[in-house]
Design a protein around this ligand. Structure first.
Ligand code: NAD
Length: 459
C-alpha cells in the first residue's frame, strides 16, 4: 500500500510540473514506446506463446500490429487532436470566441484483462499518455510472461513518474482501487466492472468500463452458408474463443440450421485439422480454473461436434452444441471459450425473446442479405457495436468508437475516441469587451419581452 501511495504521490507531483501538457514531451515518449515494442516483438510473441499457446500470426494481428498502428496514428494526429477546437459562438453571448480545450484528467489507473494481455494493457496507456496524463497500469496476473515483458518495455520507455506498472492479482487491484484517482479505465468482466464502478463512485472518479457479455450472431436463410461458416469459425475460435466480442451463440433460421452445422464442421476441420490439439494455430484456455468452468458448461448438453477436453493441458476442442436449454448455464453466462451453441428461430419474435431475456451485449452480428431484416435488427436491439456479415473486425477501424452499453460497459475508445476518453473537454469562452448590451443587467423591468425575442431569434 505504501508503494502505491508513494507512486501516486510522485506522479501527482510530476503532473503538476505541467510537463505532460507539452505535445513534444508526449510525442517523445510515444516514439520511444514504439521503438521498444519493435525491438521486443519476438519476446512478446514468445511470452504469448508461453502464456496460452497463442500463435505469432494471431499475436501480431490482434496485439502487436494493432498497438503499432494505434501508435502510428497517435504520433501522426496528436498535434491536431490536442489543439483547442474553435466552435461557433452564440449570438446570445455576442461578442465572443468559443473553444473546447482538451485537458488531461491527471493520474489515471488502467486495469487490464488476460485475454489480449498486451493489446488491452498498452492501448489505454498509449491514449492516456497521448492525452497528457500519468498512468499506473495493473496488467493481468493470469498471463505472467506477457506481464513481465510488458513491464520491461514500459520501464525502458518511461520514467515511473509518467507510467508505472504494478503487477498483482485481486488483492493488488483492491488496494489500487482504494486510492483516489482522477480517472479509471477498466477492461474485464461485468462482475468486476461493478466493483470498479463502486470504488470509483466513492471519489466521483470518472470511469470507462470495457466489459463483456453474451454477443449473439443471427443468421437468416438468405446467406451463403459456406462463407458464413468460414467467417464464423474464424471469429469464434480466434484466440481460442477467448474474445470479448466473439459470437457467444448463434441463432439461425430453422430451415438452414442443420446445413449450417455441417458447414461449420467442414470448416473447423479445414482450419484446425481432425485433431485441433496438435494445431499450431489453436490456443489453449488460459488456466485450469477456466478449463474446468468450460467443461462444466458442457455437461448435459447435446454436443454435435468436438467436445474433446483435457483439463491438464487446458485444452478444449472447437465444440458445437445443438439447441441448448435457454435456462442452462451455457446460455446464461458468458462462455468465453471455444464452445458454440446453435439455436434456431422460425419467427423474429423468437430472436427478440432470446436477446431481450439477456443483458445488453458488447457485440451483435447479423448474417443476412435481406436489407430490411438487417435494418430492423440493428435498430431493434441495444448493443455495444456490431457487424453485418462478419465478426470481430469492427474492432480494427479506429474511426469506430469501441465500447459497450448497459452490462457490457460504458464509455468507448480507439483512435481519436481513445484520446477523448482520457481527456476532459473544457469549454472556454473568450469575451470581447468592445460592446456590452445592457439587457441582462438589472433592473429587469420592461425587459422580459425583449429577452423572449432574443431567445426566439438568437437562442
Ligand atoms: P476479470 O474481470 O476477472 O479481471 C480483469 C482485471 O480485474 C484483472 O486485472 C484482475 O486482476 C482484476 N480483478 C479481478 N478481480 C477483481 C476484484 N475483485 N477487484 C478488483 N479487480 C479485480 O476479467 P478477465 O477474466 O481478466 O477477462 C475476461 C472478461 O473481460 C470477459 O468478461 C470479457 O468479455 C471481458 N473483456 C472485455 C473487453 C472489452 O474490450 N470490452 C476486452 C477483453 C475482455
Amino acid at each position: 500500500m505504501d508503494t502505491i501511495a508513494h507512486i501516486i504521490k510522485n506522479q501527482r507531483e510530476f503532473f503538476k510540473t505541467q510537463q505532460t501538457k507539452t505535445i513534444s514531451y508526449r510525442l517523445t515518449f510515444l516514439k520511444s514506446l514504439k521503438q521498444e515494442i519493435e525491438n521486443n516483438e519476438q519476446l512478446i510473441f514468445d511470452a504469448l506463446k508461453k502464456d496460452f499457446k497463442k500463435s505469432a500470426f494471431e499475436s501480431y494481428l490482434s496485439e502487436v500490429g494493432m498497438v503499432l498502428s494505434e501508435l502510428n496514428l497517435v504520433i501522426k494526429k496528436l498535434k491536431v487532436w490536442a489543439k483547442p477546437k474553435r466552435v461557433r459562438a452564440s449570438l446570445l453571448t455576442f461578442p465572443s470566441k468559443d473553444y473546447i480545450y482538451k485537458e488531461p484528467y491527471g493520474t489515471v489507473l488502467v486495469i487490464a484483462p488476460w485475454n489480449y494481455p498486451f493489446l488491452l494493457a498498452i492501448e489505454p496507456v498509449i491514449m492516456a499518455i497521448a492525452a497528457g496524463n500519468t498512468v499506473v497500469l495493473k496488467p493481468s496476473e493470469l498471463t505472467p510472461n506477457t506481464s513481465k515483458i510488458l513491464t520491461q518495455i514500459i520501464q525502458n520507455a518511461y520514467p515511473e513518474t509518467l507510467v508505472a506498472v504494478i503487477e498483482g492479482g485481486v488483492e493488488m487491484a483492491t488496494d489500487l482501487l482504494a486510492q483516489k484517482w482522477d480517472f479509471i479505465f477498466f477492461t474485464g468482466s461485468t462482475k468486476v466492472g461493478k466493483i470498479v464502478a463502486a470504488a470509483a463512485a466513492k471519489h466521483l472518479t470518472p470511469v470507462v468500463l470495457e466489459l463483456g457479455g453474451k454477443s449473439p450472431c443471427i443468421i437468416d436463410d438468405t446467406v451463403n452458408l459456406k462463407l458464413v461458416a468460414r467467417r464464423l469459425v474464424w471469429g469464434k475460435f480466434f484466440n481460442g474463443g477467448q474474445t470479448c466480442i466473439a459470437a457467444d451463440y448463434v441463432i439461425a433460421k430453422s430451415n438452414v440450421k442443420d446445413q449450417l452445422i455441417k458447414a461449420l464442421e467442414v470448416e473447423i476441420i479445414k482450419r484446425y485439422g481432425n485433431t485441433p490439439k496438435t494445431s499450431q494455430d489453436f490456443p489453449r484456455i488460459i488456466n485450469s480454473k477456466n478449463t474446468k468452468r468450460l467443461i462444466a458448461l458442457l455437461k448435459n448438453t447435446n454436443i454435435v461436434f468436438g467436445g474433446v477436453t483435457d483439463k491438464d493441458q487446458c485444452y478444449i476442442a472447437p465444440t458445437i452444441v445443438d439447441q441448448p436449454d435457454l435456462e442452462s448455464p451455457l446460455m446464461q453466462e458468458e462462455i468465453f471459450g471455444p464452445v458454440l451453441p446453435i439455436l434456431s428461430y422460425s419467427k423474429t419474435e423468437d430472436i427478440e425473446h432470446l436477446i431481450w431475456s439477456l443483458e445488453k451485449p458488447l457485440a451483435l452480428y447479423v448474417f443476412s442479405n435481406n436489407s430490411s431484416f438487417v435494418k430492423q435488427t440493428i435498430n431493434k436491439f441495444s448493443f455495444g457495436g456490431g457487424i453485418v456479415n462478419d465478426l470481430l473486425i469492427h474492432f480494427g477501424n479506429h474511426r469506430l468508437p469501441f465500447g459497450g452499453v448497459g452490462a457490457s460497459g460504458m464509455g468507448n475508445y480507439h483512435g481519436k475516441h481513445g484520446y477523448d476518453a482520457f481527456s476532459h473537454s473544457k469549454s472556454i469562452m473568450k469575451r470581447g469587451n468592445w460592446i456590452d448590451p445592457s439587457l441582462r443587467y438589472p433592473p429587469y423591468t420592461g425587459k422580459l419581452s425583449l429577452l423572449k425575442k432574443a431567445f426566439k431569434y438568437f437562442g
